[in-house]
Design a protein. Structure first.
Length: 309
C-alpha cells in the first residue's frame, strides 16, 4: 500500500510542478516590466513567500510539535531549502526565461539520475536490473530530446522550434538547477529519516530559503530593486505558482516519507510531459516529430521501470 500511495503522491507533485512551470512562464512572458526588475527573481521570491505562508498556516491548524526536534535533525531540510527552492528556483526560472518552459522542464526532468546515483552510497538504496534500465532510458530520452533540436525536417513542430532556438550557454541554467534538485531530494530523504514529519520538513526548507533571500535583500540594493514587480498580471501568475509549489513540496515530501528516492523521484519526469501535453493542447497541435515522440516514450518507459524496480 505504501508503494502505491507514494507513487500517487509523486505523480501529484509532478502535476503541481508542471502547473507551476506554466504559471511562471505566463507571468514572465505577459507581465509588463520597466527593465529595472528581475522577473525571475521576483517569481522566485513570490512563490517562496506564498508557499511559506501556506505551510505555516497548515502547521498552525494541525499544531506544531517541536518535541524531539534538534538542530541536527533540521539541518538536512535547511540545506535542502537553500538548494531548492532558493538556488534551484532562481536558476530554473531564469532557464524558463532563456529557453522556455518546455525545454527547461525537459532538462530539469533528468534530476532522478542525480538523485538515484547519490541515494545508493548515501542512503543504502540499491539498483535492480529494472531500475538500472529505467535510468538508462531516462538519460537516453533526454539525449534524444536534445538531439531533436537539429531535426529541421520537423521545424513546424512546437518543441522542435523551441529546441532549435536554444543557445547552448542558456542551457547551463536548467542543467545546474537539475543537479541541485537531485541533491536536495536526497537531503530531504536524510532529513525524513531523522524527523518523520513531511509538513514540518517542507516548512523548514521553504523558510530557510526565504531567510536566505531576506539576507540577500538586506545587503544588496540591486536585489531589492529587482524583486519590485508591480504588474498585477505577473504578480497573480507568480502567486498562483506559489500555491502549486506548496502542493508540489508537500506531495513530494510525503512520497519520500513512504517510498525510496530511487522509486519515487523518477516520477518527477512526468512533470515535463504534463507541460508538453498542456502546451500542445493550448496551440491545438499534436507532436509530429518521431524524435520528440521517441524521447517522450523513452522517458516515460524509464520512469515506469524505475518505479516497478
Amino acid at each position: 500500500m505504501f508503494i502505491e500511495l507514494s507513487a500517487a503522491l509523486a505523480l501529484l507533485a509532478s502535476v503541481c510542478s508542471a502547473l507551476q512551470t506554466l504559471s511562471v512562464e505566463y507571468g514572465l512572458e505577459n507581465g509588463t516590466y520597466t527593465g529595472r526588475e528581475s522577473p525571475a527573481l521576483a517569481a522566485t521570491v513570490v512563490t517562496i513567500v506564498v508557499s511559506v505562508v501556506v505551510f505555516w498556516i497548515l502547521l498552525a491548524v494541525r499544531g506544531v510539535e517541536l518535541a524531539g526536534v534538534s538542530v541536527r535533525g533540521m539541518a538536512p531540510f535547511v540545506v535542502a531549502g537553500l538548494l531548492n527552492p532558493a538556488a534551484f528556483r532562481v536558476l530554473y526560472f531564469r532557464g524558463i526565461g532563456r529557453v522556455g518552459a518546455r525545454v527547461a522542464a525537459a532538462v530539469v526532468g533528468a534530476n532522478p539520475a542525480v538523485a538515484a546515483l547519490l541515494a545508493v552510497p548515501l542512503l543504502g538504496e540499491s539498483f535492480t536490473p529494472a531500475t538500472g534500465v529505467g535510468l538508462s532510458c531516462i538519460v537516453i530520452g533526454g539525449i534524444v530530446l536534445q538531439g531533436a533540436r537539429t531535426d529541421e525536417a520537423a521545424s513546424e513542430d512546437l518543441l522542435i522550434e523551441e529546441f532549435s532556438r536554444v543557445n547552448v550557454r542558456d542551457l547551463l541554467f536548467p542543467v545546474v538547477a537539475m543537479v541541485l534538485l537531485g541533491v536536495s531530494f536526497v537531503l530531504v530523504a536524510i532529513g525524513l529519516n531523522r524527523i518523520d514529519d513531511p509538513l514540518f520538513g517542507t516548512a523548514v526548507g521553504q523558510t530557510a530559503a526565504l531567510v536566505a533571500f531576506l539576507v540577500l535583500f538586506g545587503v544588496s540594493g540591486a536585489a531589492r530593486s529587482g524583486v519590485q514587480v508591480r504588474d498585477p498580471l505577473a504578480l497573480a501568475a507568480f502567486t498562483l505558482a506559489g500555491v502549486f509549489v506548496a502542493g508540489n513540496w508537500l506531495a513530494w515530501f510525503s512520497a519520500l516519507q513512504l517510498g525510496t528516492v530511487i522509486t519515487v523521484i523518477p516520477l518527477s519526469n512526468v512533470a515535463p510531459l504534463v507541460v508538453v501535453v498542456i502546451s500542445y493542447v493550448l496551440v491545438r497541435q499534436v507532436p509530429r516529430s518521431p524524435r520528440i515522440l521517441s524521447g517522450i516514450v523513452s522517458v516515460v518507459l524509464g520512469a515506469s521501470l524505475m518505479q516497478i524496480g
